[in-house]
Design a binder for this molecule. Structure first.
Ligand code: GRF
Length: 203
């Protein structure tokens, strides 16, 4: 399966996906990385790995629709089967989501439905929860609320700051995202009537 990864920042999740796809028996290959920030650290990392990169800066376009039209043109040349949002900090229009729903996934640094939105680690600490983690889900129109494909849990320690908790969650993000992509690429999970449906033996 052909995969395009969307980033806005450092791209550590993109790198984890690139590393996973490098395994000969992994059922997906990264064919491009798209960013909305020219200085996204992940762009330099992807280029160093010889992966095609594309940057579309929102302010260079008159509208959200024009911005997305440029992205669609790049996607048409890449012919992706699957889109992976990985630290992509933009909300997509309904047009975008309708075009890729069921084959577009996102990683969110909390155990959804808890802590959708931003600042998830500080909110977890403030709420006094004793576990945190990440969620890989299908992207739907609502932000961070699509059907869940995979989750992973880490402890929240009494000494944690948002940064120490973020670092611990990132370690399981880097394992969970490749696992979820594998399930989707192998057809072991799909989205049907707004729900994640699992077929075949799933770990
Ligand atoms: C990760 O915590 C991810 O869950 C969230 O933003 C962060 C992106 O990190 N969406 P990176 O760019 O993948 O390193």
């Amino acid at each position: 399966k052909r995969v395009v990864v969307f980033i806005s920042g450092g791209g550590s999740n993109m790198l984890a996906l690139v590393r996973a796809c490098a395994a000969p028996d992994f059922p997906a290959e990264i064919v491009g990385v798209i960013s909305d920030k020219a200085d996204a650290g992940g762009i330099a990392k992807a280029e160093a790995l010889g992966i095609a990169t594309f940057t579309f800066v929102r302010k260079d376009f008159d509208s959200k629709e024009a911005h997305e039209a440029a992205i669609f043109a790049a996607l048409d040349t890449l012919s992706p089967d699957i889109l992976c949002l990985a630290g992509y900090m933009r909300l997509l229009t309904a047009t975008f989501i309708n075009r890729y729903e069921g084959r577009m996934i996102n990683i969110h640094p909390s155990l959804l439905p808890l802590f959708a939105g931003l600042h998830t680690h500080q909110r977890a600490i403030d709420a006094g929860v004793r576990v945190a983690g990440c969620t890989v889900h299908f992207v739907t129109e609502g932000m961070d609320e699509g059907p869940i494909i995979a989750q992973a849990v880490v402890p929240v320690l009494p000494t944690d700051s948002a940064d120490t908790l973020a670092a611990r969650v990132l370690t399981v993000e880097h394992k969970t995202y490749p696992l979820a992509l594998k399930l989707l690429a192998e057809g072991k999970v799909s989205m049907r009537d707004g729900r994640a449906v699992f077929t075949g033996p799933v770990a």
